[in-house]
Design a protein around this ligand. Sequence first.
Ligand SMILES: C[S@@+](CC[C@H](N)C(=O)[O-])C[C@H]1O[C@@H](n2cnc3c(N)ncnc32)[C@H](O)[C@@H]1O
Length: 928
Amino acid sequence: MAAQGEANRLWFGDNLEILQGSIADETVDLVYLDPPFNSSRSHNVIFEKHPDDFEAVAAQVKAFNDTWHWSPTTDYLYQKYALAEELPGPTAAALRALHGLLPEGDTMAYLVHIAPRLVELRRVLKPTGSLYLHCDPTMSHYLKLLLDAVFGSGNFRNEIIWKRSSAHNSAKRYGPVHDVILFYTRGRHYTWNRVTQPLSQESADQWYNNVESDTGLRFKRADLTAPGTRTGPSGEPWRGINPTGKGRHWAIPGFVADITAGLSTSEALDALDSAGRIFWPRQADGIPQVKRYLEEAAGIPAQDIITDIRPLHNVADERIGYPTQKPVALLERLIAVSSGRGDLVLDPFCGCGTTIEAAQRLGRNWIGIDITYVAIDIIVKRLRRNYGNSVSYQLNGSPQDIAGAYALAEKDKFEFQTWAVTQLDATPTEQRSRDKGVDGVASFYLDRKTTGRVIISVKGGTNVEPSDVRDLGGTVQAQQAQMGIFLMRGEPTAGIRDAASHAGTYTWPFNGQVYPKIQVITVAQLVNGIRPVLPPQVQPYGRRLNVRALNAAAVLSGRVLAHSRPADVEPLLALLDAQRSGLVLTGTSGMRLAESRRRASGVECPIICDPAAYLTWVATPQDPFRGSNGPLRERALDNFIKETCRAGAHAVLTPTGYIGESDIDTLEAVLRAAPGLNAEAVISLPLDITWATSEWVDVLVDLAEPVLAPKAIMMTGLPRDPVSAKEILANLRLIASRVPQVAFFRSGLGALDLMAHGALAGSIGTSSVMRRLIPPDIRRPPGDNPNEEDAAAPQVLVSDLVSYYPGDVLAAQLAGDAVPCWCRYCAGQSLGRFTGRVQWRDARLHGLAIWTEWLPSLISNASPAERQVTWTRLCQRGLEAHDRFGAGGDDVIRLMPDLPLMFWAREAPLSPAGAVELLRNRRRAARG
Ligand SMILES: C[S@@+](CC[C@H](N)C(=O)[O-])C[C@H]1O[C@@H](n2cnc3c(N)ncnc32)[C@H](O)[C@@H]1O
């Protein structure tokens, strides 16, 4: 038996080919199949109107066809399977018999199609395995004949009736309300677990018809005696009641064993009486009985008519919109009965993955196969939504590289488009829309209530013209969508790029971030994990972004903020780039003042509150958050965030304590709080630096990746040596590119590097203390005073060098030369002036003025790839400038570039595909 998850496979393709080519004999414990029914219908996936999406209309796309026709191909297959006996004798004979009975029409075509699959399914079943075939009464009798032929009629176990709807109006016939599930086993000895189903309301009302007056509990009366007399203690009288006189003896039922175990008969009866469990009859000579409460009812063993599992109603939580989706509870029952933990469950027509979901919940391994990419995509996203990274499986048959993508494009244009569109977390459209150049639509939030649309046009062929891009622009306009994505096979020509850039830009009203109106992306980029840059998307199939968290995400998105103490607000406001920046203020006390200053100066930038609990508090799994009066749990945390917003914050970092080295439990506890947080909350993750080492970074990524709410990572502590520092810089890039909605706060210029690698936002500390966090449980080295006011000289950002240097060292380097600084704050004053304590404030404002000047070129580039180019160039220039900087006399100390700058300037940026590869390799290595 494989460990859970080890054998999980999801296959895109035809199940017959996959069964024949890839699934070994006698390896599967349970097969459930729900093949299309031959109802002559074509099924559409209804991508239901998103609950938060008040404008979008329900979209749908054809998932699969239920229609079968007798064609030359079917005729050929019939000859092959039935006449040439390519299928085993009894199955071939059954097909021939059915052919004698049925015309060469849809039903016969369906049976010809299904027969070889049933033979394969029997082959892969273990000798102890079971098969459940889900169908309806229009086909069940033919299928039963076929199954009898394949499995042997002696292996038929049940025809299970599932009442799938309560009532159905049919003219002139009885309402068809049930499905049929045919249950066969491969042999006489098969897995069978006794599973009970709850009592129906009817039985409960009928049987448990007594009510205890003092407690209101419902009970039924069970016997305390059994027929026949005994001479031992069970035949003796108790409280004047003599069972022997009535031809009976005391027999205490097992369901009260927790009260009576180890006691003699009379002691047991006494104990039951004191527990109030005896029902005393009114007649003086009546025999007492024992009360059995409804809550104790064990249920009844699973029956072959299932009425207690209701169909999925329209607003059921698990409803995805996939046609013919079955309830997970139904599959859970079948899987619980016919398999054990770690067993392998196979669904060769897996649709939206109900069987997979049930198997996963019950700790089974699973294989799912579907021929429609829409189904596969739904399952991938369903698993991601419900299990995050805790479920592992192999995805087979879908394009993994460029060659695979091109091969799919050649084989099936429609499926290729569906695949491409789903990779962009968009919804594929139906055929009619595709003919008009709209292959998919992605939605994003315009505000908390309305959504905008991005139209996706996929060109799988090689003949692409700039006019196609212009057409997309026209469609975007005509359909009143906000943006368009043009996905093409080869590299875009200059003409195509030109056409895209002529379409102009779109400004997201939420925070003024600017996006290209039309973005061109290639299939190669798609398979390498590169995605267009869009505002937070509404996820299809109900996988919802935490809309409540949108406010904070939208406030942060694309901004580099200044992380400061509230005291500095006023001068900082004057220098900030309101569009691309804002303030993070530590502590809660100054918030109201800060907000009123912001209003008074008419600056539109956001103010984010960082309660900075991590400075004094080490988080624990029980108490990860802390306010001024102690730990904050649910309601109190909620109130804290609301209160802080009322005091003027536009977003609030959770008051998380410091998360120590390898403290997984605490990190999990912090992340678990995410779904319950207010819209304005950002999960603060003040992590020990070891979380960014290669030993721990994968764990961090795994835990944080499924959490969609915005997160702010703050690294505390310092890397121990230059080698580890380099490793940490690389791992931070990995986190930025893999974890969604992650910001890096209280960092230095590293925030810019990480935003070029996909981080949502960053904050740069205005002073060295704000840029460098020390864990609360670590004593500072002598001389390392948190109050920069007491330090000898402040750290000064030198624009040309893209680095901070101590002001006194800088002054010595300049050797008295008056090198003017032309930043907005210094306005020509000398760079050599920051030599003592009194200049600390000057140095902060100077630093802020410098990096905010970089933002328009760095941050306005919408895509991380473009940001990377600008950032790398800036760092390279900074590195080169070290050679030229200052007077350079023999007696001056040379300014050496620090390690991060060398890393940012020289190390190739990490592409999204590179990040995926890196993680994959690490996981492989970790598994050994
Ligand atoms: C009735 S649906 C199954 C629904 C599923 N039980 C659920 O709960 O979602 C049948 C599925 O079989 C798939 N299918 C049809 N022919 C197939 C084939 N030859 N190989 C694999 N899957 C196939 C269809 O795409 C469809 O998703």
